[in-house]
Ligand binder design. Structure first.
Ligand SMILES: Cc1cc2nc3c(=O)[nH]c(=O)nc-3n(C[C@H](O)[C@H](O)[C@H](O)COP(=O)(O)O)c2cc1C
Length: 370
């Protein structure tokens, strides 16, 4: 059977969570660090445009930081505040829309992932719920409630700007051990006030962020929320060890106004809990009744963290199992990271069955915005 027949489900239109998409292929958010002084230029706009032209249904941009001095952990990541950066983003939206695509910014604060050495000229301290690094080491003072309120407003302001600039949705980055996830995780959240305590208590900051974003964008604008069980220092970490815990974790987030959950895993085929084949996106869909995005090694034979650990690339693989799961309704949308970073035409090639033209992922592809 040709690949185009096996991939039909991937190219079915999607309507849900306030979004209408031409197909199920989502570009995963990927930091590229090509925005000097935080301003995305024409090269960034062209990079996203090429993905839209080549059949990606929804682009989620690289993480782009909210208006807070300690938000970025890397140099040259785009800002989502300030006239120049927002004007750059407006061009990005324009190009993507002109090419027939849809796009959401991923709004981000890195919390204590910020390293002082990365910004030697700056005297801004990293911040986190308890001022702890991901290994539990004290790096700054716990956040005050006033600081928490300001951070919540920072997310809300970015979301309001996303809507104003014409983006189609906003994604809140609540995954991978960054600020929101540092509130979720017991290793980094030792607070005894209402922002800490048990798993549900630790969702409070995220709930306030989602509620403030909802208030800023109104009832119709889609809010995507990305979360992960794994942390960069511990791939086997789990916020929720059972489906019951996952339900308790997701319920407040869902009630606060999330439209679509983006469940970040490194390998989409891994069951999240014993006695079921469902992955994290599958469980999330089942427990919340909301549409979900899956992600993790789609079309490649290695997981993305091996890139950061050893510079490893990945060979192309078939996506039959992914499509089967999509057909079964385990999840609604499929995010693709490295395969789309390396090849703007990945989606079109898959759609048209041009398998022999698919490119392997190499770390060299990070050097340019192809
Ligand atoms: C270069 C690179 C940068 C990334 N930056 C982000 C990011 O800014 N925000 C985020 O949520 N995930 C980020 N990720 C994770 C991806 O969104 C995705 O979850 C991961 O690469 C797994 O998908 P893949 O196996 O298809 O590459 C990044 C991944 C890569 C390879």
């Amino acid at each position: 059977m040709s690949i185009s027949k096996t991939t039909t489900a991937l190219f079915q239109p999607f309507e849900g969570g306030g979004l209408k998409l031409a197909n199920r292929v989502v570009m995963a958010p990927m930091t590229r660090s090509f925005s000097p002084d935080g301003v995305p230029g024409p090269d960034v706009a062209g990079y996203y445009r090429r993905r839209a032209e080549n059949g990606v249904g929804l682009i989620i941009t690289e993480g782009t930081v909210i208006n807070h001095p300690a938000a970025p952990a890397d140099r040259d990541v785009p800002h989502f505040y300030g006239e120049e950066a927002l004007a750059g983003w407006q061009k990005v939206v324009h190009e993507v829309h002109e090419a027939g695509g849809k796009i959401a910014p991923q709004i981000w604060h890195t919390g204590t992932a910020r390293q002082r050495e990365t910004f030697p000229e700056s005297n801004v301290d990293p911040i986190g719920p308890s001022g702890l690094s991901l290994t539990g080491k004290p790096v700054s003072e716990p956040l005050t409630k006033q600081e928490i309120r300001e951070l919540v407003q920072g997310y809300a302001q970015s979301a309001a700007d996303a809507k104003r600039l014409g983006f189609d949705a906003v994604e809140i980055h609540g995954a991978h051990g960054y600020l929101i996830d540092q509130f979720f995780w017991e290793v980094t959240n030792k607070r005894t006030d209402e922002y800490g305590g048990d798993l549900v208590g630790r969702t409070r900051f995220a709930v306030e962020v989602i509620e403030a974003v909802r208030a800023a964008v109104g009832p119709e604008f889609p809010i995507i929320f990305r979360f992960s069980q794994w942390k960069p220092v511990d791939y086997s970490a789990k916020l929720a060890a059972t489906p019951e815990e996952l339900e308790r974790f997701l319920a407040p987030l869902s009630a606060a106004g999330v439209d679509i959950f983006h469940a970040s895993t490194r390998r989409f085929w891994e069951p999240e809990f014993a006695d079921s084949e469902l992955n994290l996106a599958g469980w999330t869909r089942k427990l919340t009744g909301k549409p979900t995005i899956t992600v993790g090694s789609v079309g490649l034979n290695s997981e993305f963290t091996s890139l950061f650990e050893s510079g490893q690339g990945g060979e192309t693989t078939g996506i039959e199992q992914l499509v089967e799961r999509l057909e079964r309704g385990e999840f609604d949308l499929v995010a693709v990271g490295r395969a789309l970073l390396t090849d703007p035409a990945w989606a079109a090639k898959i759609r048209d069955g041009r398998v022999e033209e698919l490119k392997p992922f190499t770390k060299e592809s990070l050097a340019t915005l192809s």
